[in-house]
Design a binder for this molecule. Structure first.
Ligand SMILES: [Zn+2]
Length: 480
């Protein structure tokens, strides 16, 4: 009877803020009223079939923790905290959860641990928990099987600290459980977007001699050629989905496709300009819970506009915050009639090169003279091969809110996929999120493969676009 239980917290909350009635008397009235509503089948007293619960937990890494999986400089100072922030949408079906984590990546067994802990706390199933990282780089990469492999060769805590990770899972589960006792009705959703000024630019640049490269990295703004080259293929819009209770915004979910780094690798742990903009937005809108997610941005960075100085970080924060405010101001409200959840499973081909074969990876992992970063990367590769041998597929979860769809992509999916998703549903408001299950690393488009995009952080091979596109069609264009 989810509708009955959903009614109770609303009234309890009102009683508590009112404070004129004692708790026991308030509770008694709540129970009687709920029973009355249930008995007469009137569960629309507040006009809502849906409820939302918002939650947040601190997931800041300890000093001395590895950043970005392989960076040589470990955490030296905490510039600002890392958070996991999300919501549970509760309706006639099982709850759907979205959580956005200020971490670089969560992979394989660690990804499932996140989903399972949260699913248990929210009373739902693993597949309905949409976990994404924002992909900041002075933040951890967690991959359970990779760290176990590293433990076997004496490299304890070199990818991530499993004890700290377990503590985070407990914290987030407790935050979700608490949130489930204080839900708020959702009657409408709001759809808004705004063009972002001077943040995103493509890694793809065409050199003067016509050669195509993907070498414009996140801090290329100091280089004259890279600063002057055009933006290239990006999605310039920041999108916001707001959950309303009547006229009141309860939670806002913002998405923009850009790598979220201004500078990194110096040991200063930070949620970077995306987390800083989100916090500013939270201060400006204290009653609307703020969540930010990174869109599909494997090939998009702030490169053209960022010179990796603290001033650049501030400037990017300000620009993103302005876009969030503009997107909120442009928001149009529509009633939430029905929320449905769809998922598609598939597998992507593994990297084609010889050095990605298990025997070669094992050699690197066990070679104590090899570079630390290479051994960690080998462990991460082996972890994904283990996953492949147990035939655990990738997933493409989609929360369909009627007028809008939220799709969670794996890894560093290129922005081309986000644009394809919009083209599949030109009638609708499609919000794409990147950095779900992160084992694939970069997920290039066919065009990028054809243009010889390559990088150490790519674990998938040619043919990925066709497979992923089919999964997108499954969840975005379901057969009636
Ligand atoms: Zn990246």
């Amino acid at each position: 009877m989810p509708r009955l239980t959903a009614t109770v917290p609303l009234f309890r909350e009102k009683m508590m803020t009112d404070n004129k009635l004692s708790h026991s008397f308030g509770d008694l009235i709540t129970v009687c009223l709920s029973l009355f509503l249930f008995a007469f089948g009137i569960d629309h007293a507040n006009g809502a079939d849906y409820q939302i619960a918002t939650f947040a937990a601190d997931v800041t890494i300890p000093i001395g923790h590895r950043c970005m999986g392989i960076l040589p400089t470990k955490a030296k100072e905490i510039l600002d905290p890392l958070e996991a922030r999300g919501f549970v949408l509760i309706g006639p079906d099982q709850p759907v959860v979205l959580v956005a984590v200020d971490w670089c990546e969560i992979r394989n067994g660690a990804y499932d641990q996140w989903r399972d802990s949260i699913a248990k706390a929210a009373g739902t199933t693993r597949e309905r928990v949409m976990v994404c990282s924002l992909h900041q780089h002075d933040a951890p990469v967690c991959d359970q099987e990779a760290q176990l492999l590293l433990d076997d060769v004496g490299m304890h805590n070199e990818l991530y600290d499993r004890e700290f990770h377990s503590e985070c899972l407990k914290r987030i589960a407790a935050a979700v459980s608490d949130a489930m006792t204080e839900t708020t009705p959702v009657t409408h959703i709001g759809l808004g977007q705004a063009m972002v000024e001077k943040i995103a630019s493509s890694r793809r640049v065409v050199l003067e001699n016509g050669t195509i490269t993907y070498n414009r990295y996140s801090a290329s703004g100091g280089n004259e050629f890279h600063a002057n080259a055009p933006d290239g293929p990006v999605d310039p819009a920041l999108r916001t989905i707001t959950f309303f209770n009547g006229n009141h915004p309860v939670a806002m979910l913002h998405s923009y496709a850009v790598h979220p780094m201004s500078f990194y690798g110096r040991g200063g742990v930070s949620s970077d300009f995306v987390g800083l903009a989100r916090r500013r937005m939270q201060r400006e809108h204290p009653h609307a819970f703020q969540v930010y997610v990174s869109g599909c941005s494997g090939d998009v960075t702030a490169g053209k506009y960022n010179d990796a100085t603290p001033a650049s970080r501030q400037q990017l924060t300000q620009r993103l915050f302005m876009a969030m405010e503009a997107s909120w101001k442009n928001t149009k409200r529509v009633s939430l009639e029905r929320a449905t959840f769809r998922n598609s499973t598939y597998d992507l081909p593994f990297h084609e090169a010889d050095e990605f074969r298990a025997e070669n990876l094992n050699k690197v992992l066990k070679d104590s003279t090899a570079k630390e970063g290479d051994r960690i990367l080998a462990a991460m590769s082996l972890s994904s091969l283990q996953r492949k041998s147990r035939k655990q597929p990738l997933e493409l979860p989609c929360l369909d809110l009627g007028a809008a769809q939220i799709v969670l992509f794996p890894g560093e999916t290129f922005v081309g996929y986000q644009l394809m998703a919009q083209q599949m549903r030109p009638d609708s408001f499609v919000m794409s999120i990147g950095y779900g299950e992160c084992w694939p690393g970069y997920v290039p488009t066919k065009q990028a493969f054809d243009e010889k995009f390559n990088h150490d952080w790519r674990w998938v091979g040619r043919g990925s676009e066709k497979i992923l596109k089919q999964a997108m069609q499954d969840v975005l264009l379901p057969a009636e």
